[in-house]
Design a protein around this ligand. Structure first.
Ligand SMILES: O=P(O)(O)OC[C@H]1O[C@](O)(CO)[C@@H](O)[C@@H]1O
Length: 392
C-alpha cells in the first residue's frame, strides 16, 4: 500500500483548469483540424459536426451496435459513463473516448472508403518533412565523434525532449524556453536508468512509445544505438493499434519514420537501415496491444501485458499520457515517491516525459518550491520541463 493517501482521479469539470480547457477548447480545435485536413464527404462531415456539438454540450453516447470494440469499451467503463457529461467523468476516460468517437465519425473502423485512413496523417507527415527534422537528423553526423557513453546520453536526451513534439499540444501551446532559474530537467535519474540494463548486453528493453514523427525518430535512434552497441539484445516497441491523441505512433508511423531515416543524407540513413534490419530479424518487435488505447491506468493492465513487462529487463514509458497512465491520473503531491506509485509495476520501469499535465511525482521539495516560485502552477503543463525517473 502506498504511504501517500491516494488523491481522487482528475476530472475535467472545473472551468479554468487545464483538463477543462482540453475538453472545452482543444477537442473542438482537433475536430476542426481534422475537417480541414482531409476531403471527407458529407456523411463524415456531418458526423464530425455532431461530435463537435456533442463533446462540448452533450453527454457520452454508446458506440453503435456492431462496433468491433463495443464489448471492450463496456469492460472499460462505457456503461457506467454513458449519459454523463464529458466533463464529469475521469478526464483520462473522457479524452480517450473522444479519440474513439472521432475515428467513428471519420469512418476509420467501418468497411468503406475511409477505413484505416488516419485523420492525423497529414499533420504527422508535415512534421516529418519539416526542416527542423532535417536539422535534427544532420546532428547525428557529429555524434560518432563522441565517446560511447556520451552518444547514448545524447540519444536518451533526444528521445526525452522529442516528447515536446506533440501535435495536439501545439494546438494550444506555442512553446518556448523554460522560465526562471529552475533547470529544464527537474528530475534526472539517467544514470540509474542505464544501470538497470544487464551489463552482459543480453537484456530486453520495452519502449512504450508516445508520439510519431519528431518523437518516434529519436526513440528509434536510441533503440538502434543500444542494439548496435550491444547494450540490449532485443527491444519491443509498444505502439498504438489506431490513431490516438492526435500524434500517437502507429505501425504506419513507424514505417514513415524508418523511411525518413533511410532516405536522409549522412549518418541518419545508417540508423534507418539498422532499424529496418532489426525489425526484419526480430531484434525490434512491434506490439500494438488494444490496452495501449485504453482509458485506464497501467495498474489495471491485462495479465498478458503484466507478464510481458515483468519479463523485460527495463520498460521505458515515453511521454505525458503514458506517464499519467503509469502513475495514475491523479493530482499527487509532487514529492510523492515515483517508486511508491509504480510499486505495482511488474519489473524495472523508467519514465521519460516532458511535463504537459497536472500529474507529477518524484520531485524533491526544493525543486517543487523553486518551480512554484518561478512559474506558479504553469510548470506542470507548459512542456518546458522534463523528467527522467526510474523504479528498479
Ligand atoms: O503526447 P504526450 O506527451 O503523451 O502528451 C499528450 C498530452 O495531451 C494531453 O492529454 C492533453 O490533451 C496532455 O495532458 C497529455 O497528457
Amino acid at each position: 500500500m502506498p504511504d501517500t493517501p491516494v488523491p481522487p482521479v482528475i476530472l475535467g469539470d472545473e472551468p479554468g483548469s487545464f483538463p477543462y480547457g482540453v475538453l472545452a477548447e482543444r477537442h473542438p480545435a482537433i475536430i476542426r483540424q481534422v475537417r480541414d485536413a482531409l476531403p471527407y464527404g458529407p456523411d463524415e462531415r456531418r458526423a464530425l459536426d455532431a461530435l463537435l456539438k456533442n463533446c462540448t454540450e452533450g453527454v457520452i453516447e454508446p458506440l453503435p451496435d456492431g462496433a468491433h470494440d463495443r464489448d471492450r469499451w463496456r469492460t472499460w467503463g462505457l456503461d457506467t459513463y454513458t449519459g454523463r457529461s464529458w466533463f464529469e467523468v475521469p478526464w483520462l476516460w473522457s479524452e480517450s473516448y473522444f479519440y474513439r468517437q472521432l475515428l467513428e465519425a471519420t469512418g476509420y473502423f467501418a468497411a468503406g472508403p475511409w477505413q484505416g485512413i488516419d485523420p492525423f496523417r497529414p499533420s504527422k507527415l508535415a512534421e516529418l518533412a519539416a526542416p527542423e527534422t532535417d536539422a535534427e537528423l544532420a546532428a547525428l553526423d557529429g555524434l560518432a565523434e563522441l565517446a560511447a557513453d556520451e552518444q547514448a546520453e545524447a540519444l536518451l536526451h533526444g528521445s526525452l525532449w522529442g516528447n515536446r513534439a506533440d501535435l495536439g499540444f501545439r494546438l494550444s501551446d506555442p512553446g518556448g524556453p523554460a522560465a526562471g532559474t529552475t533547470p529544464a530537467l527537474v528530475a534526472d535519474a539517467g544514470a540509474a536508468l542505464w544501470s538497470l540494463l544487464p551489463p552482459d548486453g543480453t537484456g530486453t528493453l520495452c519502449l512504450v512509445a508516445d508520439n510519431a514523427g519528431r518523437e518516434l525518430v529519436p526513440d528509434l535512434l536510441l533503440v538502434a544505438r543500444l542494439l548496435e552497441e550491444g547494450r540490449v539484445e532485443r527491444a519491443v516497441l509498444h505502439i498504438k493499434p489506431y490513431p490516438y491523441y492526435v500524434s500517437d505512433a502507429t505501425t504506419a508511423d513507424v514505417l514513415d519514420a524508418v523511411r525518413r531515416l533511410t532516405e536522409a543524407p549522412g549518418a541518419a540513413a545508417g540508423y534507418g537501415r539498422r532499424v529496418r534490419d532489426a525489425l526484419t530479424d526480430g531484434r525490434i518487435r512491434l506490439r500494438a496491444h488494444p490496452f495501449a488505447c485504453a482509458p485506464l491506468g497501467y495498474a489495471e493492465m491485462p495479465a498478458e501485458l503484466y507478464r510481458e513487462f515483468g519479463a523485460a529487463d527495463l520498460t521505458v514509458f515515453k511521454g505525458d499520457l503514458n506517464y499519467r497512465r503509469l502513475v495514475g491520473d491523479r493530482r499527487w503531491p509532487p514529492t510523492t515517491p515515483f517508486a511508491e506509485v509504480t510499486a505495482y509495476f511488474p519489473g524495472p520501469v523508467a519514465a521519460l516525459r516532458t511535463l504537459k499535465s497536472d500529474v507529477v511525482t518524484g520531485l524533491d521539495a526544493a525543486t517543487r518550491d523553486a518551480l512554484d516560485a518561478d512559474e506558479g502552477q504553469r510548470w506542470r503543463t507548459s512542456g518546458r520541463h522534463a523528467m527522467i525517473q526510474v523504479k528498479g
